[in-house]
Design a protein around this ligand. Structure first.
Ligand code: ADP
Ligand code: MG
Length: 569
């Protein structure tokens, strides 16, 4: 016994686990296989929550959104070469969206890979990952596991968050070392994302610009949602009296029904504002790069609050850059405003309120329509009421029309309750996002999915059933990509490139895995099914039949489709 104590050994498997646990990382989004199958088992044995997916891309999307929700890096664990490549889409997505995530992939023998001698799943993964993430590291020696994992964590969460790749060659796992020395080699990351205070003069400059505005506007982005400075942001909005526009994942930071929300007057405020303060939102394509028709002729000054200095002037001149973490910046702005900040001119406020009211009143009857087959408004009107009644529900949303309509129709009432396609506008995030949302928060999840979007991650409904997660998936089934009514322009027997099997019954897939499947053809049926799912917490899939003619090509971004002048559609 004594001999064993003196000579006790640890190995790569166990040090990876100990290093993660030491840093409060306890959840892993995983797809097992050589060389990380046993790692997953040992993790589970050590009390970690290891969720095994059916495809790495979905495990990766889960990890990415876990990072957004928790401010800790979400971990995706994959096998080498193909598994790694599958996870890479999500790693790049995390980096693009500024979500902290670590993709940990097993890899093959370095000696063979580097001489390109044809190993099992041979691939120079580190080199491939590098351009797609914030940082990429490889650990070759068991003694370096502690420092390697610490580096990965800090790189993911500090400054502008993003994706990190960590390469763990198969040979690392069985390497042994003295257990005591191993324990000492671990590193607990201290203050992984330190506050970054804005320069006082930048705060003063921003307040000067804001003070002189006649038609000010604030735009809250998902960086503001990520920052978890919810009370301070609300205080800033309310103390300033400035109307605000939430970007899609910032909806709910203040309830969408807030009197200062200009959500229903988006076109007006973008065009007519004279000073725009961006908080954790980028002037990328989602905001038409801050120029052009969307922004009107009115000269504008931009104030931008962001942790990334290089973001400033990326598209247009930023009159007042405020660089720092959002919590610190917003507190500094609040302090600088003092106690008698004058609200914006009432003409501006009234103009916006009128527009908001007109648009909401015009929309209301459409949301109550009971058409069969359902259109987007009738179906989303039903779901809108459910979210209103159950504001803790996390709404996951993807598709083309399903995304665009749901974003504007479904009000969100609490921070980080709307998770969607993010910066790329990409499809495929659905089931991975829904799973992580349920796992990380314990709240019920409502995933509103276009039928095409769902297809990218549909197999994960088995994962949802296996872990018995409180996820209700609603598929807006119009039988195709954009719509289900296309015909083959070549006249052949193949279906059009954009249509699926007609009258598909996705609900039966759910039943195959022991979940609840419902076929809903009217807003009332849809409403009943979703409420039942929310009450029971049982994995549920509702096949919501939508008119195959409803919807438009590419939803609201049809203008991004290049047009042929030679052969017109
Ligand atoms: P949206 O798509 O909602 O407009 P973006 O992803 O374009 O949001 O912008 C988010 C911005 O928030 C990024 O520029 C990022 O650097 C910034 N950001 C993320 N986290 C923080 C933080 N804690 N403090 C300050 N800025 C942050
Ligand atoms: Mg469709």
């Amino acid at each position: 016994e004594e001999i064993q104590e003196v000579g006790a050994l640890t190995d790569g498997f166990h040090l990876v686990i100990d290093a993660l646990k030491l840093n409060d990382i306890n959840t892993i989004y995983n797809v097992p296989g050589i060389p990380i199958t046993d790692l997953g088992r040992y993790m589970q044995a050590a009390g970690m929550r290891v969720l095994s997916f059916r495809h790495e891309q979905n495990a990766g999307y889960a990890a990415a959104i876990a990072g957004f929700l928790t401010q800790k890096p979400g971990i995706c664990l994959t096998v080498s070469a193909p598994g790694f490549l599958n996870g890479l889409t999500a790693l790049a997505h995390a980096t693009t969206n500024c979500f902290p995530m670590i993709l940990i992939s097993g890899s093959s023998e370095r000696e063979i890979v580097d001489l390109q001698q044809g190993d099992y799943e041979e691939m120079d993964q580190l080199a491939i990952a590098k351009p797609l993430c914030k940082a990429a590291y490889r650990i070759l020696h068991v003694e370096d596991i502690g420092i390697g994992i610490a580096r990965a964590i800090r790189a993911a969460v500090s400054g502008r968050p993003g994706g990190v790749y960590l390469d763990l060659p198969a040979k690392l796992f069985p390497q042994v070392m003295d257990a005591e020395a191993g324990a000492k080699s671990l590193v607990k990351v201290i203050d992984a994302a330190p506050r970054q205070l804005p320069a006082p003069e930048s705060v003063e400059r921003a307040l000067d610009v804001l003070k002189n505005a006649k038609r000010p506007l604030m735009i809250l982005g998902k960086g503001a949602a990520y920052a978890q400075a919810d009370d301070a942001i609300r205080a800033l909005v309310e103390k300033s009296g400035i109307p605000y526009l939430p970007m899609s994942m910032a909806k709910g930071l203040l309830p969408d029904t807030h009197p200062q929300s200009a959500g229903a007057a988006r076109s007006l405020v973008l065009k007519e504002s004279d000073v725009v303060m961006l908080i954790g939102a980028r002037l990328n394509w989602l905001l038409s790069h801050g120029k052009g028709k969307t922004w009107g002729d009115q000269p504008k000054k931009f104030i931008q609050v962001d942790i990334e200095p290089k973001e400033m002037d990326s598209n247009v001149e930023i009159a007042a850059p405020v660089v720092g973490d959002i919590g610190s910046c917003v507190h500094a702005l609040l302090d600088g405003m003092g106690n008698n900040w004058a609200p914006p001119p009432s003409a501006w406020i009234d103009e916006i309120s009128d527009k908001v009211e007109t648009n909401i009143t015009r929309m209301a009857p459409r949301l109550q329509n009971k058409n069969v087959p359902m259109d987007y408004h009738g179906a989303l009107g039903a779901l809108r009421t459910i979210i209103k009644d159950r504001p803790d529900t996390i709404l996951v949303n993807e598709g083309a029309n399903t995304l665009d309509f749901a974003r504007s129709i479904i009000d969100v009432y609490r921070p980080r309750k709307r998770l969607d396609v993010g910066t790329w506008g990409v499809m495929g995030i659905g089931m991975g996002t829904a799973i992580a949302a349920a796992v990380e928060t314990g709240h019920p999840v409502l995933a509103v999915e276009g039928d095409s979007a769902f297809g990218f991650s549909g197999m994960e409904i088995e994962t949802i059933c296996r872990y018995n997660l409180p996820v209700c998936v609603v598929i807006f089934n119009n039988g195709g990509i954009y719509r289900g009514s296309g015909v083959n322009p070549g006249g052949g027997s193949d279906a059009s490139t954009t249509v699926f099997v007609k009258d598909a019954r996705y609900d039966k897939m759910m039943e195959a895995f022991g979940g609840v499947g419902v076929h809903a053809t009217s807003p009332d049926e849809l409403s009943r099914a979703v409420n039942a799912a929310m009450d029971s917490g049982k994995p549920t899939l509702v096949n919501a039949v939508i008119d195959e003619n409803a919807g438009t090509e590419s939803g609201r971004i049809g203008n991004l489709n290049p047009q042929s002048v030679v052969s017109r559609k």
